[in-house]
Design a protein. Structure first.
Length: 257
């Protein structure tokens, strides 16, 4: 792995659950020795990409990342444009809604609107979503290029729960179904007890740039609820695409993947 890759891997270890991590733990998780880890952190700190908390001396993400994020948002305001739509969809369904963006070969959660109900699905901003194990990932695969789908399915598919689909032909079948109806369905593929429905957010070329998902406790979803959520998430995803691209798009249906 290159030096840049090693430095980037350190940044990706931080999360909402663990915003601060010590040097030794960072080195262990990145599978690097402490000297190399310290050297990379010093370089990142010089560019304000990480900083040390005064009390603990643990590392956390720095303000330089916020500056870069603001620049990107000014040019590609995906999450900002989508926020009102997420709020409306969460209110309409009563469930947690989250938006993901595809970048660098992965889906990243860029927006979350939590359900107001006590028993709800919690999703963290910044969470990386596996393409084969989530409704968001299946929706994305259903509306991306066939070459990308073939390359992804050629890799080893990790199991996250006993219900995760890891057989390539079964994942491909879910991708085909999602392409036909315009949304995907996943029951406990990534987290046990969670039911999710997702639709792709399409770019101007008709390919997915991300996905919008409704996540609910499995106990609250039956076929009728799932169908209603599917229609709602498709409408919302089309609204986000229209706002993002500056023109209305027809809902994602019957597209070969």
């Amino acid at each position: 792995m290159s030096t840049v890759g090693k430095a980037a891997s350190l940044l990706e270890l931080f999360s909402m659950a663990e915003p601060e991590i010590g040097l030794s733990e960072l080195a262990r998780r990145a599978n690097l020795n402490k000297a190399t880890t310290r050297r990379l952190l010093v370089a990142l700190a010089e560019h304000r990409l990480v900083e040390q908390a005064a009390g603990t001396r643990h590392y956390r993400l720095g303000a330089g990342l916020s500056r870069l994020a603001r620049i990107r948002d000014a040019n590609f305001p995906f999450a900002r444009i989508a926020t009102p739509v997420l709020q409306d969809l969460a209110a309409a369904t009563g469930e947690t809604v989250h938006l993901s963006e595809f970048s660098g070969g992965a889906l990243f959660t860029v927006g979350v609107e939590l359900s107001a109900q006590a028993n709800r699905v919690n999703v963290d901003a910044g969470q990386i979503l596996p393409l084969h194990g989530t409704a968001s990932g299946i929706a994305f695969l259903a509306f991306t290029t066939p070459d990308f789908v073939a390359a992804y399915l050629a890799k080893r598919l990790e199991a996250f729960t006993p219900h995760t689909l890891t057989a390539r032909e079964k994942v491909a079948e879910q991708v085909r179904l999602a392409a036909e109806r315009g949304y995907s369905v996943s029951a406990q593929g990534y987290s046990e007890g969670v039911h999710s429905i997702a639709a792709p957010v399409l770019g101007p070329d008709g390919h997915a740039v991300g996905a919008l998902s409704v996540a609910a406790p499995l106990s609250r979803v039956d076929d009728t609820v799932a169908a209603a959520q599917g229609e709602a998430v498709m409408r919302a995803a089309c609204e986000i695409a229209a706002r993002l691209n500056g023109e209305p798009l027809t809902r994602a249906r019957s597209r070969p993947s």
